[in-house]
Design a protein around this ligand. Structure first.
Ligand code: AR6
Length: 174
């Protein structure tokens, strides 16, 4: 599988596209979203503002994805996706999480991206247990990689403990 687990600050990566774990407004927030907006500069917020609202205040519903330039980031594109908030695991969370990865990969294919880095979507503020998120994400990525000439996929964890969970899931999936 051309999927690599790394530990890094995603805003520093020299890849074609990085994925943002955003909220539906796409107007920024904490966690990786805040870090990406800080690193990209105010033009990113402006580009997000210009994306159409699909319902009041919502530019990207949960499970969907939108693309903008990366502005001051090393990455050419930011793909913004909105993961599910964890409730109990039986409220559609796995399907929505899988869709985030799939839709982000579709945009990557459409834009000819060679290398894309994902954060652990929903595994922070949104509370998705990483042990459960990782296999869902990896299955979805593996299915998406079959859609075209496979880009290099990096799963960018913020710390080693998170990376260990993802590596374990990747080994189980091999
Ligand atoms: N590089 C890589 N990973 C990071 C970075 C970074 N610079 N910073 C944090 N992480 P979260 P969510 C990891 O909370 O759970 C925002 O406020 C972090 O350790 O950023 O999808 C949005 O606006 C965790 O493992 O995203 C939404 O309101 C992972 O990224 C909400 O949070 C995801 O954590 C989305 O929550």
């Amino acid at each position: 599988m051309p999927i690599e687990i790394i530990t890094a600050d995603i805003t520093r990566l020299n890849v074609d596209a990085i994925v943002n774990a955003a909220n539906g407004s796409l107007l920024g927030g904490g966690g990786v979203d805040g870090a990406i907006h800080r690193a990209a500069g105010p033009a990113l917020l402006q580009a997000c503002r210009e994306l159409p609202q699909v319902s009041p205040g919502v530019r990207c519903p949960t499970g969907e994805a939108r693309i903008t330039p990366g502005f001051r980031l090393p990455a050419r594109y930011v793909i913004h996706t909105v993961g599910p908030v964890w409730r109990d695991g039986h409220s559609g969370e796995p399907e929505l999480l899988a869709r985030c990865y799939r839709r982000s990969m579709s945009l990557a294919f459409e834009h000819g991206v060679d290398a894309i880095a994902f954060p652990a979507i929903s595994c922070g503020v949104y509370g998705y247990p990483p042990e459960q998120a990782a296999p869902v994400a990896l299955r979805s990525l593996r299915d998406a990689l079959a859609m075209g000439p496979p880009p290099h996929v990096l799963l960018c964890c913020f710390d080693e403990a998170m990376a260990a969970i993802w590596r374990h899931a990747l080994n189980d999936a091999a």
